[in-house]
Design a protein around this ligand. Structure first.
Ligand SMILES: [Zn+2]
Length: 355
C-alpha cells in the first residue's frame, strides 16, 4: 500500500489496503437486517455476526437460520458472513461437534450474564464451561469473550480490569492453546495483558473505531451524549492512547472488530438509553482516519490482515481503494422500520471508499 506516513495526508491521495473484515458486528434481526447488512457489505469482505439476538443464537439450527437470513439480506453485496454461537452455562460438548460440521460457524461468544444488550442468558460461572472450552481448543475453534465482569459492586470503569484478573488469566492459564478474542478491549490493562502473553499464545484483542477515536469526555462533557454510550464504556484518554498504539503496533495481536451495534433513536435518547454505537456505515473510514492521525498509515495493512490470519479467512489478496476526500454522514439512517442515528451524524468523514 501507499505509505504517506505523515500526520496529515493530502486531499485526493489514494491508498490501497487489504480488503477489511469485521470480526464483531451486530446486525440485529427482523426487518433491521435489510438496513444493516447492505451497509456492512459495502465495506467488509467478511463479517462475524454477533449472536445476542432475541432469542439468542444458542443452537446450530438457530445459527443456520440466522446465517441464511443475513446472507439473503445482502441484496447485490458479496460480503461473506460467519457466525458464533451464544455460550450459556448449559451448552453441551456435543453442540461444539455439531458446530464444527459447518464452515460458517467459527466458535462461541461468551457474554458474562447481564454484561450487555441481551446477555441475560449468558455465563454465570466460567468454570461450568470447561468441557466446552476443552473441545473448542481441541477443534481449533474460537472463543470470543466480552471481557467485563457484570458484578453490581464493581465500578463500570473497572469491569475490564477485574475480568482480566478474575477470569481471563485463569482461562488462558488452564487452556493455553485456546484461540481467544478479548472483544472490544477498552483499557491499557487489556492491551498490557495481551502484550504480556508468550509468543505461543493464541489470544488477540479486537479494537473498535470508537474506542481509538474517543474518550469518555465525548460521552459526558457538555451534557450526556447517549449516542456515545456503549459497553465497554469509553474510558479516560490514557486508555484511548494505549488502544491506538496497540492497533498500530503491527504485532498481529490486535484485530479489527467494529462492534457496530445499532439501536433505534428512541431507545438511545431515553431516560435509560441502550448501550451501543452504530458505526457500520463509516467504520473502515474511521480506522483509516485514526491511523492517519497517529501518523501510522504504514500499520494499516497489518491491522487489517491480523484478524483474517487469526480466523483463517482467505480472500485471494482482495484490495480496497480509499481516497482522502470528505463526505457528510447523514443525520439519521434507515434501521428496518425505524431510524438509527449513526456515529458522526452530520459530521464530515475524511476518507471515502472508492471500491
Ligand atoms: Zn458487541
Amino acid at each position: 500500500m501507499l505509505c504517506p506516513g505523515a500526520e496529515s495526508v493530502e486531499e485526493g491521495t489514494k491508498i490501497t489496503i487489504p480488503y477489511p473484515c469485521d470480526f464483531h458486528h451486530h446486525f440485529r434481526q427482523g426487518p433491521a437486517i435489510s438496513s444493516t447488512v447492505p451497509v456492512a457489505s459495502e465495506r467488509f469482505g467478511t463479517a462475524l455476526a454477533m449472536p445476542n439476538t432475541k432469542p439468542p443464537i444458542t443452537t446450530v439450527p438457530l445459527a443456520l437460520k440466522y446465517h441464511e437470513e443475513l446472507m439473503a439480506a445482502r441484496g447485490g453485496g458479496d460480503m461473506d458472513i460467519v457466525n458464533v454461537l451464544y455460550l450459556t452455562d448449559n451448552t453441551k460438548v456435543e453442540t461444539v461437534d455439531e458446530m464444527a460440521k459447518h464452515d460458517f460457524i467459527v466458535g462461541f461468544k461468551y457474554y458474562p450474564a447481564g454484561a450487555t444488550t441481551n446477555s441475560d442468558a449468558g455465563v454465570t460461572d466460567f468454570r461450568k464451561c470447561y468441557d466446552v472450552f476443552k473441545r473448542v481448543e481441541e477443534l481449533g475453534m474460537v472463543l470470543c469473550i466480552h471481557s467485563e465482569v457484570s458484578d453490581a459492586d464493581i465500578d463500570i470503569f473497572d469491569r475490564e480490569k477485574v475480568f482480566i484478573d478474575r477470569v481471563i488469566k485463569v482461562i488462558v492459564s488452564d487452556f493455553p492453546n485456546l484461540k481467544i478474542v478479548m472483544e472490544h478491549i477498552s483499557t491499557s490493562f487489556g492491551v498490557d495483558f495481551i502484550n504480556s502473553l508468550p509468543p505461543t499464545s493464541r489470544v488477540v484483542g479486537s479494537i473498535t473505531p470508537h474506542h481509538i477515536m474517543y474518550n469518555r469526555n465525548a460521552l459526558l462533557v457538555g451534557g450526556v451524549k447517549p449516542h456515545f454510550y456503549c459497553l465497554p464504556i469509553l474510558k479516560r484518554e490514557s486508555h484511548r492512547v494505549s488502544l491506538l498504539s496497540a492497533a498500530t503496533s503491527r504485532s498481529g495481536r490486535f484485530i479489527m472488530g467494529t462492534d457496530s451495534a445499532p439501536h433505534t433513536v428512541e431507545s438511545k435518547e431515553s431516560a435509560c438509553g441502550c448501550a451501543g454505537v452504530f458505526n457500520g456505515h463509516c467504520a473502515v473510514e474511521m480506522y483509516v482516519e485514526a491511523f492517519e492521525g497517529a501518523g501510522r498509515m504504514d500499520a494499516l495493512e497489518d491491522f487489517v490482515e491480523a484478524g483474517k490470519k487469526f480466523y483463517g479467512i482467505e480472500d485471494g489478496g482482495r484490495k480496497m481503494e480509499l481516497v482522502k476526500e470528505t463526505w457528510e454522514v447523514p443525520g439519521t439512517m434507515e434501521f428496518g422500520e425505524n431510524k438509527v442515528k449513526p456515529l458522526r451524524a452530520g459530521e464530515k468523514m475524511l476518507w471515502k471508499i472508492v471500491r
